[in-house]
Ligand binder design. Structure first.
Ligand SMILES: Nc1ncnc2c1ncn2[C@@H]1O[C@H](COP(=O)(O)OP(=O)(O)OP(=O)(O)O)[C@@H](O)[C@H]1O
Length: 829
């Protein structure tokens, strides 16, 4: 074998076969001079040493031992300029065209710096005639050609197939044929190096055939599978599932099919790329190592994988930039909500303080009011005005502490709690989270969700909120929490204490009209697929919908009713369009004018009547009270009747204990003050004071009997109704009252005044009697109500009697006479 010295060019992960023509670029630093080295150059693959060991490739350190010798056929030089500091430098780069004409084996290196010179042994690939004959005689070559043709047909780009096929079919030199096909192979460089190192032609053919065979089988199978899948499934998602099922070792990540090893390395990359806090990173890496150590797919691996995915999906560092622009916030609040001036003002103050403090720690707002007054949508507007993401968590009916704080991972099907899930959904560390219906949280044997919320809402604790599922602290101090509630009574004291309550009592008639015209009608028109040009909802009709079809504090039912009217127009419009298609000569659709009659047609018989109370207060013993419920204020008619009997007191209408006691207190006061109120009696002879209550049975009934009622605020109404019954005097039908009564006749303040006043106003009440100490609660009642309602503040029940009855003049005269008689009696004594 011929030995020689050769200039060596190491090439990374590339194997050049003889008969290849290639272009090479040799940097100036390699000091290659074609003349000096007889236009010869040896390329030696620089391969991964571990893979080389695995595949038995002979290497000198990282270089393979077998290379290819090239003859330079052309040379080209270019200069390019580069700047280093203020200096401009020029560098020469040389490009060479070269033809590979043989193989060599490195014996040793003579020089390794600044370039490589090796002593090599040239390997002859000349095939002895008898071997060539033998190879051609059996089917080896024809089989080789067939396999190679199939391979290029499947693998190569269509335009590259014909020239390659032509070479495979026609090439007479076995060496050229075999090395060319080896060059076409799409395999790792280490595999190509093995082929290059084989000295025996038969061996080399066998090696290449093996690769061709397995590649062809693999590709054919994949093609067949794909065809089969396409045929079986027309639906894309189904076909994806089928492919996954039929190729069990493959997994799908981010739309790519990957093997389990790839999946693991992808996951590891994801963990490393996500900038997790150190403690979180360590915890996830621990889980990742556990996952890696479990080889087979089982329930445990799924649990760990889900956990890692959950942690990676959390916004550990992602935040949105706050826009503390108060003008913009004000605009957004006005844009989305009509009225609610006091609430908006309070929200703006709240935002102003936050912007000045520079952090988001501090008070938590609780918007409290009846359904449909816009609490949820206000929360959304606050998020919009701050430029933060918005998430709503419904706490209604949450009874299990684990729903807030998550289940420990030891439980089957464990999940993080609602707070962590909300953060995962909104992908921001500082969103506005609306804790909806915080008053509907229940407590039972599964724990107390309120106490978990205490931690969430406490600015001093929530920076290290630890969900049981994650078992890692998550900083909630940047989250802005807003709670909503229908009533405050059911919220636990410590929880309520952490929040600043903003009351939204409900809307007056005028406010509802305004909301309907500005917001609800345009919204419903759009939602029902029609437009302003085909419907005209006039003021009168909207008034009718509000007065006769709704009796609510908010506007939800109103919105629904407007929706029904819009839908009826949508049906008409759609039918007309259909017929217009069939008969194009039909006239254009006429704008539908919504009149009160149209409203009645769509919504049916009127449900509420403003005169209802007047009609019901038609005899002595009936008084109108005011109640405060979770759905807002309500007027409450109390009826009392008596009959001959033995002093029994019957109470009906699902009363709670406190209300029952109010009735006892009222009767107690009447009995003990009987002498002082006798002047009221229209017929004082009918009942003799001493045995009055022994001879009659009294029945007090609270209509809407199916609704449970409780509380002390009906005290003065019950007393007035009983006095009306006994004195046979009717109570004014336009008067309503609320207040607790003591045994001594004092009137004590009660809650829910604004809501009660709104309800009374909606029911056509003109005078409202309130406890004196509730004066402050009427200060911010809207001017509309103040203008139409006469408020009377009373300190004791006698003052109520001065206001509440019909024929007030006659009663005043009687009272004056009674008082004068009393004075006379006292002076005689
Ligand atoms: N002042 C208002 N201006 C404009 N639209 C309003 C106003 N108040 C309520 N709405 C509309 O009424 C509908 C009901 O409001 P929302 O769902 O916010 O009520 P809510 O108070 O959260 O009720 P719930 O207590 O039942 O959750 C929404 O479409 C909302 O936009």
């Amino acid at each position: 074998m011929k030995k020689m010295q050769l200039y060596i060019l190491p090439v990374n992960n590339r194997v050049v076969f003889p008969y290849q023509t290639i272009n090479i670029r040799i940097p100036e630093t390699y000091q290659y001079d074609a003349k000096k080295f007889n236009s010869m150059i040896g390329v030696l693959p620089n391969l991964d040493p571990t893979l080389c060991k695995e595949k038995n490739i002979e290497t000198i350190e990282n270089f393979a031992r077998y290379g290819t010798i090239l003859k330079i056929t052309s040379e080209d030089r270019t200069f390019y300029t580069f700047t280093a500091g203020y200096q401009k430098n020029h560098r020469e780069v040389r490009y060479y065209g070269a033809f590979a004409f043989g193989r060599f084996k490195v014996i040793d290196f003579d020089k390794t710096s600044p370039y490589y010179i090796a002593n090599v042994e040239l390997i002859s690939d000349e095939i002895p005639p008898e071997i060539e004959k033998a190879v051609k005689a059996d089917n080896t070559i024809s089989d080789f050609r067939n396999l190679a043709k199939t391979y290029v047909e499947i693998v190569c780009k269509p335009e590259a197939v014909p020239p390659k096929k032509q070479l495979i079919e026609n090439e007479q030199s076995i060496n050229k044929l075999v090395f060319s096909v080896a060059n076409y192979l799409d395999v790792q460089p280490e595999v190509k190096q093995v082929i290059l190192q084989v000295n025996e032609i038969k061996e080399r053919i066998k090696e290449i055939c093996k690769i061709l065979q397995s590649k062809n089988d693999e590709l054919k199978l994949a093609n067949e599978l794909e065809k089969k899948v396409k045929k079986e499934m027309s639906n894309e998602s189904q076909s994806r599932q089928l492919i996954l099922r039929q190729q069990p070792p493959q997994y799908e990540i981010g739309g790519f099919n990957v093997s389990p090893e790839d999946e693991m390395s992808q996951l590891e990359m994801q963990i490393k790329q996500k900038q997790l806090p150190e403690n979180v990173f360590n915890a996830v890496m621990r889980e990742f190592k556990r996952l890696k150590s479990i080889r087979s797919q089982n329930a445990e691996t799924n649990v760990i994988r889900t956990y890692i995915d959950t942690v990676l999906e959390l916004p550990w560092n992602e935040t949105t930039q706050d826009t503390y622009d108060l003008k913009l916030a004000e605009e957004i609040l006005h844009r989305d909500h009509s009225g609610l001036e006091k609430v908006k003002k309070r929200i703006l103050e709240f935002l102003a303080v936050r912007s000045l403090k520079g952090n988001s720690k501090g008070t938590i707002i609780c918007l409290c009011g009846p359904p449909g007054v816009g609490k949820t949508s206000l929360g959304k507007s606050i998020a919009d005005s701050l430029g933060r993401k918005f998430e709503r968590i419904s706490l209604g009916g949450v009874r299990d502490e684990a729903e807030v704080r998550g289940h420990r991972r030891t439980y089957v099907g464990a999940l993080p709690g609602v707070i962590i899930q909300a953060l995962r959904k909104c992908q921001s560390k500082n969103p506005v989270i609306l804790l909806d219906e915080i008053d509907k949280i229940n407590r039972d044997y599964r724990g107390d969700p309120s106490s978990a919320l205490l931690e969430v809402l406490d600015p001093n604790q929530n920076s290290t909120f630890t969900d049981h599922y994650l078992a890692l602290p998550f900083d909630l101090s940047n989250v802005m929490f807003i709670a909503t509630a229908n009533q405050l009574d059911t919220i636990q004291g410590p929880l309520l204490d952490r929040m600043e309550v903003i009351q939204i009592p409900g809307y007056t008639l005028d406010e509802k009209k305004d909301i309907a015209h500005k917001y609800l009608i345009p919204k419903q028109i759009e939602e029902n697929g029609i437009n302003q040009s085909i419907i005209d909802l006039d003021k009168e009709s909207v008034d009718l919908i509000i007065k006769a079809y709704t009796r609510e504090a908010g506007v939800r039912q109103l919105e629904r009713n407007i929706g029904s009217v819009c839908r009826s127009v949508a049906v008409k419009y759609s039918t007309h369009k259909q017929s217009h298609k069939d008969k194009p000569n039909l006239p254009e659709f006429q704008k539908v004018k919504i009149t009160p009659d149209y409203v009645r047609d769509v919504l049916g018989i009127e449900i509420y009547d403003e005169e209802e109370i007047k009609d019901r207060i038609n005899s002595p013993g009936i008084a109108v009270g005011m109640a405060y419920t979770a759905v807002g204020g309500k007027t409450l008619i109390i009826e009392a009747s008596m009959s001959q009997g033995s002093g029994k007191i019957n109470l009906t209408g699902q009363l709670g204990d406190v209300m029952k006691e109010s009735v006892q207190t009222a009767i107690g006061w009447i009995k003990s003050n009987w002498q002082n109120i006798q002047f009221m009696m229209k017929d004082p002879d009918i009942f003799k004071a001493e045995k009055l209550f022994d001879n009659i049975d009294i029945h007090v009934h609270f209509p809407a009997a199916a609704t449970p009622k409780d509380g002390p605020s009906a005290g003065i109404t019950i007393t007035t109704a009983l006095l009306s019954l006994l004195s046979m005097r009717k109570i004014r039908s336009d008067i309503a009252m609320t207040g607790e009564i003591t045994l001594k006749g004092l009137v004590l303040p009660v809650g829910g005044i604004k809501e009660k006043v709104l309800a009374a106003y909606a029911n056509g009440i003109k005078t409202i009697i309130l406890p004196y100490k509730n004066r402050k609660d009427t200060e911010d009642i809207t001017p509309e109500i103040k203008k139409n309602i006469d408020f009377k503040f009373v300190k004791n029940i006698f003052e109520v009697l001065d206001i509440a009855f019909d024929e007030q003049e006659e009663l005043s005269l009687r009272k004056a006479k009674f008082e004068a008689d009393q004075m006379n009696k006292q002076s005689k004594l």
